[in-house]
Design a protein around this ligand. Structure first.
Ligand SMILES: Nc1ncnc2c1ncn2[C@@H]1O[C@H](COP(=O)(O)OP(=O)(O)O)[C@@H](O)[C@H]1O
Ligand SMILES: [Mg+2]
Length: 268
C-alpha cells in the first residue's frame, strides 16, 4: 500500500467507521451502558440511550447485538427517519420480516402477532432498536405504547431501545408521552472523551490499524483534543485528514500545524 497509510506504518485504514466489535476502544463508560441495556432487555423492559452525535451510540448498539445470544434474542434494527405512523410501522415490519402492507391498525396488529409468535414458537425475545429516535415525529411515539402492550399489559413481550441525540430526551419528557416513558426501565447516556481518554483513543485507533509508533506528536495530540473536544467522530475525521495533510507535505509525523490545516479542510 504505497500511500499515506503505508507512509505512517499502517496496515489498514486507521480511523475508519468500519470498526470490528472486538477492536472497539475499551472504556468503562461503554461497558456500563452495555450492561445496563442488556439488563433492560433481559427483564424484557424498554430503555433509552440519549447522547450527542458522534459519541459512539451506533457502535455500542453493534456491540450489544453482538453480545446478546442469538438463541435467545431476535434484534430488529430500524434507523428512524421522518415518517408517519403507518410508514414507520411498515419500516418496522420490513426489519422484522413481516408483511409491510395494509392500514395502520392492521400493521400494528400484524407486528404484535409477529412479536408474540417469535416468543411463543421459538422462545426468542424480540428486541426493537430504534436508532436516531430523536427524529421520531411526536405523534408517532404513541405507537410504542400499543406495540409493547400485550394481553392488557399483563405480558412483557417486546423490548424497545430508543437511541438518539439529546432532543430525544425532550421528546420523552413531554407529558403526552408519559405512557411510553413510564415503560422505560433505564435511561443511559454517553459523554465526550476526556483529554487523557482522547490521547489514548488516538493511540488505540493507530495501533489497531497496525502502527507500531503513534504518528502524532504531542502538540498534534493536544490539538486533536482541543478541536474535536473528545467527540469520537470528529476525532476520527480530523485524525484521518491530518494524516493525509502530513503525508502530502512529506512530513514524517503529524504536528499541530497539520491539524489546523485539516480543521480548515473539514469544517467551515
Ligand atoms: N467504542 C468505540 N471504539 C472505537 N471507535 C468508536 C467507538 N465508538 C464509536 N467509535 C467511532 O466513532 C464514530 C462515531 O460513532 P457512532 O457510533 O457512529 O456515533 P453516534 O451513533 O453516537 O453518532 C464511529 O464511526 C466509530 O469509528
Ligand atoms: Mg448513530
Amino acid at each position: 500500500m504505497n500511500d499515506w497509510r503505508s507512509h505512517f506504518g499502517f496496515h489498514t485504514t486507521p480511523f475508519t467507521r468500519e470498526l470490528a466489535v472486538a477492536q472497539r476502544f475499551p472504556l468503562p463508560m461503554f461497558d456500563e451502558v452495555l450492561t445496563a441495556l442488556s439488563r433492560a432487555v433481559d427483564q424484557r423492559g424498554s430503555a433509552a440511550l440519549v447522547a450527542p452525535a458522534g459519541t459512539g451510540k451506533t457502535a455500542l448498539l453493534r456491540a450489544l447485538v453482538d453480545q446478546l445470544p442469538e438463541a435467545r434474542y431476535r434484534v430488529h434494527y430500524v434507523k428512524v427517519t421522518d415518517l408517519s405512523k403507518r410508514d414507520l410501522c411498515r419500516e418496522i415490519a420490513v426489519a422484522c420480516g413481516a408483511q409491510p402492507a395494509g392500514s395502520f391498525p392492521m400493521l400494528v396488529r400484524r407486528l404484535q402477532e409477529h412479536f408474540l409468535s417469535t416468543l411463543a414458537d421459538d422462545g426468542v425475545r424480540p428486541v426493537l432498536v430504534l436508532d436516531d429516535s430523536h427524529g421520531l415525529r411526536p405523534e408517532v411515539l404513541g405507537i410504542f405504547q400499543i406495540l409493547t402492550n400485550f394481553e392488557m399489559d399483563s405480558r412483557l413481550v417486546l423490548s424497545v431501545l430508543f437511541v438518539g441525540q439529546p432532543p430525544l430526551r425532550d421528546l420523552l419528557r413531554q407529558p403526552a408521552h408519559e405512557a411510553v416513558t413510564r415503560r422505560l426501565v433505564h435511561l443511559a447516556t454517553l459523554r465526550l472523551l476526556s483529554r487523557p481518554e482522547s490521547h489514548r483513543y488516538l493511540a488505540h485507533r493507530c495501533t489497531i490499524a497496525g502502527a507500531t509508533t503513534i504518528p502524532f506528536d504531542p502538540g498534534a495530540q493536544e490539538a486533536v483534543y482541543e478541536i474535536a473536544c473528545g467527540n469520537l467522530r470528529a476525532t476520527d475525521q480530523l485524525a484521518a485528514k491530518a494524516l493525509e495533510v502530513a503525508h502530502d507535505a512529506g512530513a514524517a509525523i503529524v504536528d499541530s500545524a497539520h491539524l489546523a490545516t485539516s480543521r480548515r479542510l473539514l469544517w467551515p
